[in-house]
Design a protein around this ligand. Structure first.
Ligand SMILES: Nc1ncnc2c1ncn2[C@@H]1O[C@H](COP(=O)(O)OP(=O)(O)OP(=O)(O)O)[C@@H](O)[C@H]1O
Length: 272
């Protein structure tokens, strides 16, 4: 399905990603972890061709993604939608219009200029918002929503593209622990229910363990771990983060302290 072979990216003398190789045989949820500067964002950006690899090959179902140009490259980019830490919504625009922006790549300039959307697209946008517990917010301006709500709108916008892969670059880094869990659960549901592949850069180990089927650890541009959450021991994590014996997973935790209260709080957030 997805195959990376010796993907390398250099910025001048700095090698951001060095000979990264891995294969994904079936849709799954993958977490990429590693300290700041390890090369996680650069790897994700090369996957959807926001950044070109210096060398190496990426293929998806046999298609050489690294060689795509023009329309073929744009088609690929719509098949692997990207979600960012800062949501990247249009703040003054209403939620549903932000979601409809996910169809921009297949609309004419004229219909874009006049904000004309086919009824079918509008209904689909509302359905997707509904699925993410956000339908009632459809007429609101994006800037009026909480961070967690804005990230769910960004996920809805990505889903409008009907992507095969969702790439999420630190999707919960700006969120409080409860909103972080709602967003991660939404991504997990999308993977399980739609069979889409999700690849997320994550700061926190417990999030990777809890939501992902597979964890890839990066250090200094290299993949130094690739395995299941069970295989990701504290010792392995310490190696990935280049930390000493004082390393504590708690410092990278998003867990909610009061476990019994969590389900209710999550329900409250989802209903907001
Ligand atoms: N556009 C760029 N120009 C020059 N150097 C860059 C550029 N983008 C990334 N780098 C460098 O590449 C290395 C990897 O950066 P990258 O952002 O991929 O790491 P990261 O693991 O995603 O870190 P973070 O968690 O802080 O986002 C860093 O040394 C960074 O300074």
């Amino acid at each position: 399905m997805l195959r990376l072979e010796n993907i390398t990216k250099t910025f001048g003398a700095n090698t951001a990603v060095h000979a990264a190789s891995f294969t994904v045989d079936q849709p799954m949820m993958i977490g990429i972890i590693g300290r700041s500067g390890a090369g996680k964002s650069t790897l994700l950006r090369m996957l959807n061709r926001l950044t070109d690899a210096t060398s190496g090959v990426i293929t998806f179902d046999g298609l050489d993604v690294t060689a795509l140009r023009g329309t073929a490259k744009r088609n690929w980019q719509s098949q692997c939608a990207m979600i960012f830490q800062q949501f990247n919504l249009v703040p003054r625009m209403d939620v549903v219009s932000n979601v409809l922006h996910g169809t921009l790549n297949r609309r004419s300039t004229l219909s874009t200029m006049f904000n004309l959307y086919p009824d079918g697209d509008i209904h689909r946008a509302i359905d997707i918002l509904e699925r993410l517990g956000m339908a009632e917010h459809a007429p609101k301006r994006a800037e009026a929503l909480s961070g967690g709500q804005q990230q769910r709108v960004a996920i809805a916008r990505a889903l409008m593209q009907d992507p095969r892969i969702i790439l999420a670059d630190e999707p919960i880094a700006s969120l409080d622990p409860m909103n972080a869990q709602v967003v991660m659960q939404s991504l997990r549901d999308i993977h399980e229910q739609d069979g889409r592949m999700v690849i997320a850069n994550l700061h926190t180990l417990d999030t990777a363990r809890r939501y992902c089927d597979r964890v890839i650890g990066m250090r200094d541009g290299m993949i130094v771990f690739d395995g299941t959450p069970e295989q990701l021991t504290t010792g392995t994590a310490r190696d990935i983060y280049g930390a000493d014996a004082s390393f504590s997973e708690a410092t990278t935790s998003t867990q909610i302290e009061t476990a019994e209260a969590a389900p209710k709080m999550l329900a409250d957030i989802a209903a907001q």
